[in-house]
Design a protein around this ligand. Structure first.
Ligand code: ACO
Length: 486
């Protein structure tokens, strides 16, 4: 028999709501009949308590620091899988057989290059364009070159478009970088594997082939697979939201890239490195930086710390930190930013401000140091995250499209604006009065200043992290652009 929860309303009316239990004994109250039966909706700002779907792809237990792809612990995936094998697992639900692996590899290879006339679009972006802007625009543009990709409900066709996206997202990323530094775009090579091919397209020049080291290749492979999926985060929810309107895969993934960009989400990896650079260059002590974070009037956060779901530790951060030690503890490889990061972590983890709020390092805290060591410039960090997350977005896209009960995603709201009023002609309007919305739930709403302008946001697009962080050169910092793990 299904368990139920009883909800009692102010007028004494009660309703029985079914309780849904997941494979890992996660409990949810199913409210899908709530409005139809009672007229009430739920209000859950930022979706902290809302399950938006049932999914069989990724499991997270944020209290215990557990992350599993299709049931496999992330630690085992990290120890044994390649990024592409992980992508196949996420999309299809099972680890690939040798035959499935070979077939997908062929599809990736065949789909690695970009149409010749498509390559011309890169020249249309200004030199200072952020590569995330180029990436999202170009993924969306790619759909015009692949019209069958508009509707994909056939598995073979889905596999082809998924391979095209996973392969081309990497080619576009490298091309965006090459365009931004004024170098010719490098063609992919058919004899190289996924990560090596990416590094080749990033760093080879017409007169000099770049041969990546095994160490750099395996570090990037690990980075990508650790980012491959993370259940219903901001960007994946965006992909599902867009896909629910039956938008094509290219449009849905491009939307995911845009959602990932923000510094509270995937953009945090760039923001962390800008924060560490600022601390290094200003000579500020880690204690002083943490004091500014805790002071809160400066409006800055400890970037790479905190997570909506993880409340003890992020298992991906643990693996990243171990890799940092492996790479950077060698003679001649040390990076002062790693020392600063470790000092920040140590101080934060013995400080009641962070402990009482369950703030621990997340995946972005150490990942930038690995990318920097592989020669990836800061403004490409979130692009690398997007390459890694593409299989997860695709897996969620497919799961959603195969859901027989799938409907367009369309949340409701509680309206708190003015009640009905009549139009006022321009000559009858009186000066500017500040409109202050009052939240009946007691939550703080953004308040406009006297001129009606919204208060400055805590984080700005330009710094990607905090006001203390100096603005990077146009398009972001290119620090670290010379690979040194090679
Ligand atoms: N530094 C300082 N204080 C923080 C931080 C931080 N990094 N993160 C959260 N807090 C504080 C908040 O000020 C708040 O304090 P209060 O209760 O006294 O007001 C409390 O901790 C809870 O924070 P919320 O913002 O409500 O937590 P939420 O779950 O909404 O946000 C988030 C999670 C966005 C990740 C947040 O921790 C953050 O901004 N971290 C820094 C950015 C970052 O690293 N993002 C990457 C996340 S991982 C990923 O997306 C790949």
């Amino acid at each position: 028999m299904t368990d139920t929860a009883t909800l009692t309303f102010p007028d004494g009316q009660t309703i029985q709501l079914p309780v849904v239990v997941g494979t890992e004994n996660e409990h949810a109250v199913d409210i899908s009949r709530l409005r139809a039966d009672t007229g009430y909706i739920t209000l859950d700002d930022s979706y902290t308590n809302t399950g938006s779907c049932e999914s069989a792809i990724t499991f997270i237990d944020g209290e215990k620091g557990i992350l599993r792809y299709r049931g496999y612990p992330i630690e085992e995936i990290a120890a044994h899988c390649s990024f592409i094998e992980t992508a196949q697992l996420l999309i299809w639900g099972e680890l690939p057989t040798p035959e499935q692996r070979g077939r997908f590899t062929s599809l990736l290879t065949e789909n690695s290059s970009l149409p010749e006339d498509f390559r011309r679009h890169f020249a249309g972006f200004p030199a200072h364009a952020h590569p995330m802007s180029i990436l999202s625009a170009m993924i969306n543009a790619l759909q015009s070159y692949d019209l069958p990709g508009l509707v994909i409900d056939d598995d073979d066709e889905f596999e082809r478009v998924a391979a095209a996206l996973i392969s081309k997202v990497r080619t576009i990323a490298a091309a965006a970088y090459k365009s931004s530094i004024g170098e010719p775009i490098t063609y992919p090579r058919y004899d190289l594997r996924y990560v090596e091919n990416f590094l080749h397209m990033m760093f080879s020049r017409p007169y000099r082939d770049y041969v990546p080291s095994a160490e750099a290749t395996s570090a990037l492979n690990l980075f990508l697979l650790l980012h491959a999926d993370h259940e219903q985060n901001c960007s994946t929810s965006t992909v599902r939201m867009v896909a629910s309107g039956q938008a094509n895969m290219y449009a849905s993934i491009a939307a995911g890239v845009c959602a990932l960009w923000g510094p509270l989400h995937g953009g945090a990896n760039q923001a962390v490195m800008e924060m560490l650079t600022m601390i290094r260059d200003s000579g500020m002590s880690t204690a002083d930086y943490l004091a500014k974070v805790k002071d809160r009037t400066a409006g800055i956060r400890l970037m790479g710390f905190g997570h909506r779901v993880y409340k003890t530790f992020d298992p991906r951060a643990k693996i990243m930190k171990e890799l940092c030690h492996k790479l950077l503890d060698k003679p001649g490889m040390s990076d002062p930013m790693f020392d600063i990061a470790m000092r920040l972590e140590e101080a934060a983890l013995s400080d009641d401000y962070f402990l009482s709020r369950n703030l621990y390092p997340n995946v972005d805290f150490y990942s930038g140091l690995i990318l920097k060591a592989a020669g990836i410039p800061f403004n490409m960090f979130t692009v690398l995250f997007a390459i890694g997350r593409t299989p997860g977005w695709l897996a969620n896209w497919r799961e959603m499209r195969h859901d027989p009960g799938g409907r367009i995603a369309r949340p409701r709201q509680i309206y708190i604006g003015p009640s009905m009023r009549n139009y006022v002609p321009m000559d009858k309007r009186e000066g500017s009065s500040v409109v202050r919305a009052t939240s009946k739930s007691g939550r703080i709403l953004p308040v406009a200043d006297a001129a009606g302008a919204p208060q400055p946001a805590k984080f700005t697009e330009t710094t990607h992290s905090a006001r203390l962080v100096p603005m990077p050169p146009a398009g972001g910092s290119t620090e670290g652009a010379e690979p040194y793990i090679s």
